[in-house]
Design a protein. Sequence first.
Length: 255
Amino acid sequence: MVEVFAVASGKGGTGKTTSTVALGMALADRYDVTVVDADTGMANLLFHAGLSDAETTLHDVLAGDRPIGEATYDRFGMTVVPCGTSLDGFRDADPKRLREAVATLATDTDVLLLDSPPALDSRAAVLPIVMADRIVVVLQPTIPAISDGLKVQEYASSYGTGVAGVLFNKVRPDEDIEGIAEKTERYFDGPTLATVPESEQAREARRAGRPLLAHAPECDAAGAFRRAADVLSVQPVPSETVADRVRSAVIPEPP
């Protein structure tokens, strides 16, 4: 039994990868969790998980050079699949192979989190959303971020992908987050999972190559991510069903 989530934003700079890893660590207290860096053009997960020296990455898998099992690493209670950062690796990667890689991973985990690209500007960028059962939309409380998040939701809906919830991140003390969240819930299908405060510890964690929940587990931001994981209701279906659906996912044209 497994559920596939795409963690998406529609806009860069929202802290999407930090959110993906934090949710993964929090969920790993109850589930077998696999986190995949599906942002093949601007990979960041390897830096957050201390895997900058990983010998095999998702780029090698998508180039047809390595099986997915060789690109998986046990980190912080999760299985982590990093992507490489080289331009050559990105050029040689075939997005179509991502379907088989995700389908294979889905047969051996409870929760699969896809760290998605920040913009819907290519077939590779939108494929994780199409493969997912539901999306988690990471927003900052700004009009541009919310507008881009709504585009992600609209695109997901057009392919039958649901919305698990909205996660507000990098929230400053002077922002009226309660008022913004109340208005936002009128337009998004899922609930507000949590509001995560802006955090120097999150920046420190990234520089240290460690997830926030490992680097500063007692900070306010870490607590907010744990609350988000508690609110996020996992709705698993048979792994074989998910794998078959992922393998047959339509390679979409960008919106």
